[in-house]
Design a protein. Sequence first.
Length: 317
Amino acid sequence: MADHPPLDAYSQVVVGVAAHLTGKVASLRVPRSAAGGRPRAGESLGSAVVYTSDGFLLTNAHVVGTAQSGTASFADGSSAPFTVVGADPLSDLAVLRSAGPTPPPAELGEADELVVGQLVVAVGNPLGLAGSVTAGVVSALGRSLPTRSGSAGRLIEDVIQTDAALNPGNSGGALADSQARVVGINTAVAGVGLGLAVPVNATSRRIVAALMRDGKVRRAYLGLVSMPAPLPAYLHERFGRASGLRVVEVVPGGPAARAGLRAGDLLLTAGGKPVETAQDLQRLMFSDAIGRPLAITVMRNGALVDVIAQPSELVAA
């Protein structure tokens, strides 16, 4: 019998990523919970990526929901119960801890280095089918995915869009580059040929570290609603950019209101850093900003105005 012809380069890459990563992505079974945390018949399925050598796993917050435990199964046939260390619905990330041995951790990449058109491979357990692999390309970068926890809302920034086929159960699985480095955690199916993944970058690493350390992510709160707006030509030249953030609404009694910010102000900088999008402001709103003075420069009635705000802690209602 003739030998099989050698695989083409594309297939070699996908096969290599699958061989390296499939064993490091767990299949999750999570008991469903009713209101108040009471158990409900059935279970939900998802995926998780082995994050550390001592049993920490990374998945989506929506996969675990309000559950506190579940079971992780691996491609080698082993399984172990896990507990939920912490979940952050506003980033759709959660950290689990396996009570038993896990395969070696996956290597993390850097989503900020991706380019549109780059090959990516999704590894997960769609529809309960363990160890499934699909491949595609990065279709778009810089997407935003709205999330909510109680009355608090946030945009997950720099979401990766891919045409690699994703299905229910893929959530929490790995999106990897051609070197089998995990660059995203698959989170949503937005349509046929349209999958989304939370990026692995400095922001998500910070969130995961907080979940591992504290079981939650503390965020700062300014109390304003804003939208991108163009800068006047003379400010465009001075600041070297074309847009800022227009304050649409200021929450009465909130930190922004106490600092003297007003609807109509055009935010230019915060904490000495340029502000062009809501994500720029969000990057500053972590625990180290709570209760600390935050210098903000705005344009108001054609003049530059400096104010000092003191963000409070965001509490989900």
